[in-house]
Design a protein around this ligand. Structure first.
Ligand code: NAD
Length: 327
């Protein structure tokens, strides 16, 4: 089996690629992986260094919006796992153009290529942010999409395009909608790696608004296990929520990070809230649990401590990225 992994040089895509090539995803042992990635500011080949020598691995630098490049690289693959995206909400608040270009037009380009080349399987990695914000309870997959940020709106558009290629053209596509991920190789502009790296540098951490926004944190390895299940057993045209991690307010998360880094509350810097900041996300994972046997495995406290330790030990990975990140 040959997988075509878009965005495989980014946070989740590189974790997925390493897990496949290290034989850590059940049923995908021995599978070949082509990573197709434009190496934007958030993608780096250093994320793939540990597997670069594998005979099962190939890297193609290319843009999912580039029809010719996608067609040339995608031929003769058995499945697409589509991670490539502009992924940072704050950037989409500042300028949403590239989000529409990459997330919508890029996905449409990839869908056309998959159709033209008769690629047997397509998994689109979407997000729970397409549902909007929920004060109580949890969303199931039948919930209408009500995205609030330009990032989430562009992801919702691509998510619905994938659905339309299943309904209209019969493309064998499934969609995953996952909650917030944490893990190693996470670009240091997102809240967890930003806070950890600031604290390791004795810098304050900027906490948005009243700090009461709630997120469901899932270890990236659990997300990748969910994607592997959907890839192998997911139904055509089906959507699967992935989550089941730990719901935490941003204030509670900040306190855990302060503790893990050995710092006190004086490092918290309260800043104005993000515009349109969603209050709470929460996905119901009954469908993927019941139908595909998914359950998260990584304990949050242990997982978070491991991640803090990884950032302590891997300054050479994050320092250059943070220096050149221009948000
Ligand atoms: P990331 O920003 O770390 O990685 C994105 C990758 O896509 C980078 O390697 C980048 O170079 C590549 N890319 C961007 N534009 C491209 C283009 N035009 N052509 C080819 N490659 C391009 O993002 P991430 O956090 O790893 O997210 C991956 C996917 O998972 C995204 O689709 C995101 O919406 C989704 N998701 C993320 C989370 C999360 O918590 N991070 C949760 C749910 C879903």
């Amino acid at each position: 089996m040959k997988l075509f992994v878009t965005g495989g040089a980014g946070f989740i895509g590189s974790n997925f690629t390493r897990m496949v090539l290290n034989g850590q995803l059940s049923g995908l042992e021995g599978v070949e992986v082509t990573v197709f990635d434009a190496l934007t500011y958030s993608g780096t080949l250093s994320n793939l260094e540990s597997v670069a020598g594998s005979e099962q691995f190939r890297f193609v630098e290319g843009d999912i919006r580039d029809r010719e490049a996608v067609n040339a690289a995608l031929a003769r693959h058995d499945a697409v796992v589509h991670f490539a995206a502009e992924s940072h909400v704050d950037r989409s608040v500042k300028d949403s153009r590239i989000f529409v270009d990459t997330n919508v037009v890029g996905t449409q380009t990839l869908l056309d290529a998959a159709l033209a080349l008769n690629i047997p399987r397509f998994v689109h990695v979407s997000t729970d942010e397409v549902y909007g914000s929920i004060d109580e309870g949890s969303w199931d997959e039948a919930e209408p999409l009500l995205p609030n940020s330009p990032y989430a709106a562009s992801k919702a558009a691509s998510d619905l395009l994938v659905r339309s290629y299943f309904v209209t053209h019969g493309l064998n596509a499934s969609i995953t909608r996952c909650s917030n991920n944490y893990g190693t190789h996470h670009f240091p502009e997102k809240v967890i790696p930003l806070f950890i790296t600031n604290l390791l540098d004795d810098l304050p951490v900027p906490l948005y608004g009243d700090g009461k926004n709630i997120r469901d944190w899932l270890h990236v390895d659990d997300h990748c296990r969910g994607i592997a299940l959907v890839l192998q057993q997911g139904g055509a045209g089906d959507v699967y929520n992935i989550g089941g991690g730990t719901e935490l307010s941003n204030t509670a998360l900040t306190h855990l990070l302060l503790e893990a880094a050995g710092k006190d509350e004086s490092f918290i810097s309260h800043v104005a809230d993000r515009k349109g900041h969603d209050r709470r996300y929460s996905v119901d994972i009954a469908k993927i649990s019941r139908e595909l046997g998914y359950s998260p495995q990584v304990d949050f406290t242990a997982g978070l401590n491991d991640v803090v330790q990884w950032y302590r030990e891997n300054r050479a990975w994050w320092e250059p990225l943070k220096e050149h990140s221009s948000l």
